[in-house]
Design a protein around this ligand. Structure first.
Ligand code: PEP
Ligand code: MN
Length: 370
């Protein structure tokens, strides 16, 4: 059962404490308080966990601080919308608000390699007013002989460089729970020069111990990438592992499915699932056109396939785009063939804005009766 409090109710007010006490007076019931800081207001939800099936909802409805009591019967207890009764308010992290209504682009290096490349990338983003990026320090590679990422050693200069260019969030994959601690330590040593969104890669979508580890800390948000060979339901359940650990700041990323039916793209583009994930869950949805397409093919109309699938994600309401760029893709140590070039950045950003505006125009028409 979830009790949604009226906006801006202080969670430590006497009435809320009485409510919690009453909830916990039922045998084998405990509570968790979750605060969701949205752009304009803060929502507090009290989760009643344990044997809640027999608890009546009416006594809780009577508290003046309660907006609504939602009985959770279906799947996706922590991330679900429960028949639209829960709002998808999203979250704010390091000054950036991310929700099912917002839109951000995270262009950056697939893997951190050299400091000059990192500087060039962040400087180009700063020039275009972009404050969100990607940079992998721990790379999960199909072959053990391939570059595995620079690891913890690059974090101090990476964070310093990000901070000096005004980058507020860097999406970075972790493949082991020790990486979370290394990132937290390096961030704090950098004086929190920037922020990090912990990426769970497609290969670790069902690494339940790793999911629990990123879920049990609430400092850093999580970008969960859909498992490439499992069902959507299995991927959403994996997100439940993160959320049920306590961390509700999760973005769900579509990145294509592994099947030869997608050939000649690297993965079969699954961006048609943007509205599905938004309907089933409260999570903002990201699309990754680089790992979906995996190449720099150009369509006969002159646009790269990466541009086309990005547009397909945005026109369906995607809230985030994570995309590979590299100043010298021929020298990149990971995924060079799919990287966009620095001189393609302005055009790419402009293209995303054109499509986002078209999406917003479509929304406005849905809202206005014809
Ligand atoms: C990545 O984003 O660098 C990556 C490895 O993606 P995925 O896990 O989707 O393959
Ligand atoms: Mn990659």
């Amino acid at each position: 059962m979830i009790i949604v409090l009226k906006a801006d109710t202080p969670p430590d007010s006497p009435e809320v404490l009485r409510l919690i006490q009453q909830a916990e007076s039922y045998p084998e019931v405990h509570t968790e308080v979750h605060q969701i800081r949205g752009a304009t207001r803060t929502l507090t939800e009290i989760y009643l966990l344990g044997s809640t099936g027999v608890i009546p909802t009416e006594p809780f409805d009577e508290f003046t601080c309660v907006e609504r009591v939602v009985r959770v019967t279906e799947k996706y207890r922590a991330i679900g919308r429960h028949d639209e009764s829960l709002e998808a308010v999203g979250f704010e992290y390091n000054g950036v608000h991310i929700s099912q209504d917002t839109f951000q682009v995270f262009p950056g290096l697939c893997a951190v390699d050299t400091r000059p490349n990192v500087e060039e990338m962040f400087a180009a983003l700063a020039e275009h007013g972009v404050v969100t990026s990607r940079a992998g320090a721990y790379k999960p590679r199909t072959s053990p002989y391939d570059f595995q990422g620079l690891g913890a050693e690059c974090l101090p200069w990476l964070f310093e460089s990000a901070g000096s260019h005004g980058i507020r969030i860097v999406a970075m994959e972790v493949t082991h729970e020790s990486h979370v601690e290394q990132i937290q330590k390096a961030l704090s040593q950098s004086g929190n020069a920037t922020g990090v969104m912990l990426q769970i890669g497609t290969r670790n979508a069902q690494n339940f111990e790793l999911l629990k580890a990123v879920g049990q800390q609430t400092e850093l948000p999580v970008l969960f990438k859909r498992g490439m060979g499992i069902t959507l339901e299995e991927s959403l359940n994996a997100c439940e592992y993160v959320a049920s650990g306590g961390n509700r700041r999760i973005v769900f990323c579509l990145r294509g499915m592994k099947t030869n039916l997608g050939d000649p793209h690297r993965n079969f583009v699954d961006f048609g699932h943007v509205p599905v994930v938004k309907r089933l869950t409260r999570l903002p949805v990201c699309v990754d056109p680089s790992h979906s397409v995996g190449r720099r093919s150009i369509a006969p109309d002159g646009l790269l396939d990466v541009f086309h699938v990005t547009a397909q994600g945005i026109i369906s309401g995607a809230n985030m785009v994570i995309v590979d760029f590299h100043p010298h893709p021929e020298e990149a140590l990971c995924d060079g063939p799919q990287a966009l070039l620095m001189d393609e950045l302005p055009r790419f950003l402009e293209d995303t804005q054109i499509v986002r505006r078209a999406y917003e125009e479509r929304l406005a028409r849905v809202a206005t009766p014809s």
